[in-house]
Write a protein that binds this ligand. Structure first.
Ligand SMILES: Nc1ncnc2c1ncn2[C@@H]1O[C@H](COP(=O)(O)OP(=O)(O)OP(=O)(O)O)[C@@H](O)[C@H]1O
Ligand SMILES: [Mg+2]
Length: 366
């Protein structure tokens, strides 16, 4: 028998991101305050079934359950992950975010007041959605009893049911479900940033460009203040390249990933001419979110963090930085996580792709 009274108990959790083009699973463990990467794996829809894992509908993104179940089981068996506890991310497209203020009241009165107020803000019947909310600004004890600022997230019941069903079909214990953007915040916004002297340092935007959708969010001193999802993303870029340059989709994908916006090669002018109008459309939306935040809160965004597969397009970070006139970083969700040093180079390239999975996985080991 091993007797080790000082060993901190460790716990493991899976973070599962069901994206349109790929499913990614990360296994994390914690021992005391340390977070450790135990395992990871992914399967792309292209390889698995040639069909996307999710389809966008009017106001949500629906899962193709059979393919997803089989793909998750395949990843778990290939990587030999044994952990059963899992947190799944819900597509931002299926999550509706809204912010409002309520007069100061006791905590016991709040749930009813939030539900009542939610009716004015949510464009669907309350009976069809699940609500989650948090107080984002409470008056300090010395202040007068002022208003309470509330962040409310609503997700269609149908979507929640689908994730529950998937978890049960793959025999995982569903510890939590959370919107992708919350996973990104946990993985990418480090506490240290918010303890810096200047308050402004604490305002950043995260732009997650996937294959089907893009989400631009503003995080102010650790709190989500804006989030907007729209359906211009990687697929549009690949499709435009394939159509305009007369290439097969696979070839178009290849040159997008290889050359991107880089210059001084024989295809650079053609590729830039086709891709830039779509990239500018994404930037216009990102700019709108940033400006809208600035107009109401009068706080400047100091940095953009790019996540999602498109963040890896060569030269895109630089183009974003020049267009938005601010520093741009590529997501590195592994910065506070221990891992074998041999993985260093791989993890750098995986950062933007695994950021959501890492962030929701962390929720289960906190
Ligand atoms: N190494 C790479 N370089 C450039 N682009 C890449 C790279 N890897 C993936 N991509 C692009 O990123 C996109 C996929 O990103 P990601 O995996 O974040 O999307 P997803 O999560 O499956 O989709 P969504 O979030 O829209 O549901 C694809 O359009 C793909 O072309
Ligand atoms: Mg995604």
């Amino acid at each position: 028998m091993i007797w080790n009274p000082f060993k901190a108990t460790s716990q493991n959790c899976l973070g599962i991101d069901i994206g349109t083009s790929s499913i990614r699973i990360i296994e994390l463990s914690s021992s005391g305050k340390k977070k450790k990467l135990e395992n990871y794996g992914e399967l792309s829809a292209e390889v698995f079934s040639k069909k996307p894992f999710k389809v966008l509908q009017q106001n949500s993104s629906l899962l193709s359950n059979t393919d997803i179940t089989e793909a998750i089981l395949a990843i778990l068996s290939e990587t030999k992950m044994k952990t059963k506890k899992a947190v799944f991310s819900i597509s931002d497209f299926s999550s509706f975010f809204t912010w409002f203020t309520l007069p100061w009241m006791n905590k016991e009165e709040l749930p009813d007041a939030v539900r009542y107020e939610a009716r004015q803000h949510i464009p669907f019947p309350l009976s069809e959605v699940v609500l989650d909310w948090q107080i984002i600004k409470e008056p300090s004890p010395r202040q007068e009893k002022k208003n309470l600022k509330i962040l409310l997230v609503s997700v269609p019941k149908e979507v929640i049911e689908q994730y529950r069903e998937v978890a049960s079909l793959v025999h995982l214990e569903l510890f939590a479900l959370e919107a992708e953007v919350f996973g990104l915040c946990r993985a990418l916004i480090k506490d240290k940033m918010f303890s810096l002297q200047s308050e402004e340092q604490g305002t950043v935007a995260i732009v997650d460009i996937g294959s089907q959708s893009t989400t631009a969010s503003v995080i102010d001193r650790g709190v989500l203040k804006r989030s907007h999802s729209f359906d211009i993303a990687g697929n549009e870029l690949t499709h435009a390249l394939s159509k305009s340059l007369g290439l097969e989709r696979k070839k178009a994908e290849e040159i997008k990933q290889k050359y991107g916006l880089s210059q001084n090669h024989e295809f650079s002018e053609d590729i830039r001419r086709v891709m830039l109008p779509f990239i500018d459309l994404i930037l216009i939306e990102v700019e709108k979110v940033c400006q809208n935040f600035y107009k109401t809160e009068e706080r400047e965004i100091r940095k953009i963090i790019m996540a999602g597969g498109e963040a890896l397009i060569p030269g895109l970070d630089r183009y974003f930085s020049e267009y938005l006139k601010m520093p741009v970083e590529i997501a590195n969700p592994f910065s506070g996580v221990f891992y074998p040093s041999i993985l260093e180079n791989n993890l750098k390239k995986m950062g933007p792709l695994y950021a959501v999975a890492v962030g929701v996985g962390m929720r289960g080991i906190e």
